[in-house]
Write a protein that binds this ligand. Structure first.
Ligand code: CUA
Length: 333
């Protein structure tokens, strides 16, 4: 596609040209079919018009070849839509493992971003060019939709669960971010910018304003504040599962089912602890629904994830293990 093609947003991500190619293919096939059918209707109307009052049309015999042709050709064309669409869908749904993680909270009427290193932004998202960025998103209230036209990324952001999306920006610049789901009076004002920066500029930006500590640190504080560490611990007094090394690992539940501990599972275990009880533990944990907001839940999630990365700590991400976080030694127990 030519740059600056009217009515089209800039192509600024690795997915943009792939999405556009499929889009133009669909438009081209639909346009061709419409013209073909309209043309044939006009042609047949003229060619087979009734020429005199007394004219009687000849009977039409069926044709097997014709029947097969007009069944199989559309089928093959539809299947190209399906396979092309599915391959693109899978590419968009599969998160690149080396992606930079950013946590997003949608809220009437703003976008809040939290970076792993601790930076927080509202209605602005800074990312480096040429690196995949994974977004883990939740809504504090109603359904919003994270939409960056230049990246061809649009994903609904739902209350009560996590949604993920990823993109890799290909051009530095400032790109519009919209909310694409009507969410109340100021829906139209729920807009922002994604600032795509050169790697060096991005590093410089990252190093400014990390005074508050990393996202996992913030989660670690919450973990102690809500006294999670009194039950979730590695020693014999633990009344809840030990969370070290939990993330990404299989968990066996009371009902003998097994699941992989992902972001969604961790969030659910905080707001609805008894929904999926881990084998060998009692349903003792109270719900934290309403006590911790979505940002806090994301911080806790980042902290619990960081507990699994102790083998390969990356700067700014490593959080101290749980035991060291106990506010005071056990003097009153
Ligand atoms: Cu948020 Cu529309």
């Amino acid at each position: 596609m030519k740059p600056g093609f009217p009515l089209f947003p800039e192509q600024a991500s690795t997915m943009a040209s792939r999405v556009d190619a499929l889009y133009f293919y669909l438009v081209a096939v639909s346009g061709f079919m419409s013209l073909l059918i309209a043309g044939l209707i006009i042609y047949f109307a003229i060619r087979y018009r009734r020429r005199s009052e007394s004219e009687l049309p000849r009977g039409v015999e069926g044709s097997l070849k014709l029947e097969i042709a007009w069944s199989v050709i559309p089928l093959v064309i539809s299947l190209t839509f399906f396979f092309w669409g599915a391959s693109l869908f899978f590419a968009m749904s599969r998160m690149p493992p080396e992606a930079i993680e950013v946590y997003v909270v949608g809220k009437q009427w703003m976008w809040k971003f939290q970076h792993l290193d601790g930076q927080r932004e509202i209605n602005e998202l800074h990312v480096p060019v040429g690196r995949p960025v994974k977004l883990t998103m939740a809504s504090e209230d109603v359904i919003h939709s994270f939409y960056v036209p230049a990246f061809r990324v649009k994903r609904d952001v739902l209350p009560g669960r996590y949604a993920s999306a990823w993109f890799e920006a290909t051009k530095p610049g400032r790109y519009h971010l919209f909310c694409a789901e009507y969410c109340g009076t100021r829906h139209s004002g729920m807009i922002g910018w994604v600032e795509v920066m050169e790697p060096v500029a991005y590093q410089a930006w990252l190093s400014v304003g990390t005074g508050s500590g990393s996202l996992a640190d913030a989660g670690a504080k919450l973990f102690v504040q809500h006294a999670c560490n009194t039950c979730h611990r590695a020693d014999s007094q633990a009344r809840g599962p030990n969370l070290e090394g939990l993330f990404g690992k299989p968990v066996r539940l009371q009902d003998s089912q097994t699941l992989i501990a992902d972001e969604q599972y961790i969030r659910e275990s905080i707001v609805a602890p008894n929904a999926k009880l881990v084998e060998g533990f009692q349903p003792l944990m109270p719900t934290f629904q309403g006590l911790i907001n979505e940002e806090g839940l994301l911080q806790l999630t980042a902290y619990i994830k960081s507990l699994s990365k102790t083998a390969t700590p990356s700067p700014g991400e490593a959080a101290p293990p749980i035991q060291q976080l106990s506010p005071e030694p056990e003097t009153n127990r």
